[in-house]
Design a protein around this ligand. Structure first.
Ligand SMILES: [Fe+2]
Length: 441
């Protein structure tokens, strides 16, 4: 596995026990600088024109992400705690508020690509001012004040890291979905997918006996509110595949008419497929009787042994149905993840060594997001976080599906068993894949 990481190695906020905020102030300052710089480093790989693009309502321009993550710190920390605070531009509260209704009205999300003003230069000035004021506050405030916003600072850092992945997936969609036809790289640097095929060890079904399994975050560091409260789930015996579904598997599904058999598809999925005339994963195209995929490094032959990606929930469900299997439930997936060494692929060039891998281990837990069959809803004893985080996760707990794992664009510190990603079932522009599950006899 040789896909290039899109994130560096920023400071691991999750290693900070919450009770040690005060002692860890210098570490948090360093973390803040690293995260802010990393967003700009990712964005700088793209031209100002590219950073303006918005290809669909769900995706946002890179420029907007850069401004919004600054708005988050400005609104929730600086405006609240910085002495002699003044807004950089009061109109930005309208432009760069994403969905926080308690804060105020928002510029229409589907039209963010029309927002040519402020220009990128002005947005970068905004980022610079917010970063400077945040550092002034972090360095000058007393411990009492620091303790009041330290948790918010951690949330802001994790929030910005989530947007770093969105920057990659959103601009990939903008550049690859329509604009980039077969051939030329859209970036001189290979910023995202530069895959080569991996030799996989023996694939198979792994047995789990079920029973009581703890689901949710149990550590002492940072987690999002939707990972709480950790609780027991009673699982029936099940099996899960050691590997993600591969591109070769997917081509077999397509060749078998998987996209043309309504009996394999959920009703909403079949309607989506017909309406959008879908016959292959996103970014795939056929030429010379072979399958290719568009990547930011240019078009390439689909690597048959690699996991398939850029599928939505409907496609994943149809494939599972074709295989006479199902998608894993969230609690099953989490029990599997806790039972094996978590393998991520965040370091460029890092290869998994199959010889060192325990027999029958689970591959690629953190390489692609994996659809589950679980609706995104609250865990038992979930509580909406008070204050600034109240609108962060809880209000989205309807009509969406949980994805587990991580991707090569995910910040390493978000790569954990309890992390709950969630998207609408039709979404396919994230780095999404699947592994199969089935009930044990
Ligand atoms: Fe956000």
């Amino acid at each position: 596995m040789t896909e290039k990481a899109t994130t560096g190695e920023p400071f691991n906020c999750n290693e900070l026990p919450t009770q040690d905020y005060l002692e860890q102030r210098q570490a948090l300052i360093q973390a803040f600088c690293t995260v802010r710089q990393h967003s700009e480093q990712i964005a700088s790989r793209f031209s100002p024109e590219d950073q303006q693009l918005q290809s669909m309502p769900e995706a946002s321009p890179v420029k907007w992400h850069l401004a919004h993550t600054s708005w988050f710190f400005e609104t929730f920390i600086l405006a609240e705690f910085a002495p002699r605070f003044k807004w950089f531009d009061e109109h930005f509260c309208y432009l760069f508020n994403s969905y926080y209704n308690a804060i105020g009205r928002q510029y229409p999300r589907p039209q963010r690509g029309l927002m040519s003003r402020p220009g990128l230069e002005r947005v970068m000035q905004y980022r610079k001012q917010v970063t400077t004021l945040m550092l002034d506050l972090l360095q000058d405030c007393d411990d009492d004040l620091f303790g009041k916003f330290a948790a918010g600072l951690l949330l802001g850092l994790n929030h910005e890291q989530q947007h770093q992945e969105l920057i990659m997936t959103d601009i990939s969609h903008a550049l690859l979905y329509r604009n980039c036809e077969q051939g030329q790289p859209v970036s001189e640097q290979s910023v995202c997918i530069n895959s080569s095929e991996s030799k996989s060890s023996t694939k198979g079904w792994l047995d789990f006996t079920g029973g009581e399994a703890i689901t949710g975050y149990q550590g002492q560091g940072f987690c999002f509110d939707n990972e709480l409260a950790a609780h027991p789930e009673l699982l029936q015996p099940f099996q899960i595949t050691s590997h993600l579904v591969s591109n070769a598997d997917w081509i077999e599904f397509m060749d078998a008419g998987g996209y043309d058999d309504p009996m394999l598809w959920l009703a909403d999925g079949w309607a989506w497929k017909c309406e959008n005339n879908v016959h292959s994963p996103l970014y795939w195209f056929r030429a010379n009787r072979s399958w290719y995929r568009r990547t930011l490094a240019g078009a390439q032959s689909v690597p048959t042994n690699d996991p398939v990606s850029h599928l939505n929930y409907y496609e994943a469900e149809a494939f599972a149905s074709w295989k006479k299997a199902r998608l894993p439930r969230e609690a099953e997936w989490e029990q599997v993840a806790r039972s094996y060494v978590w393998e991520t692929n965040h370091k460029p060039g890092r290869k998994l060594d199959d010889k060192k891998r325990p027999a029958n281990s689970v591959h690629d837990l953190g390489r692609y997001w994996q659809w589950t069959q679980s609706a995104y809803s609250a865990y038992p004893r979930f509580q909406v976080s008070p204050g600034m985080a109240a609108e962060y996760n809880g209000k989205f707990m309807v009509n969406q599906i949980v994805l587990k794992g991580a991707s090569h664009a995910t910040a390493a510190m978000h790569s954990r068993a309890s992390y709950r990603n969630f998207f609408y079932p039709h979404a396919r522009w994230q780095f999404t894949s699947l592994r199969l599950a089935r009930d044990s006899n």
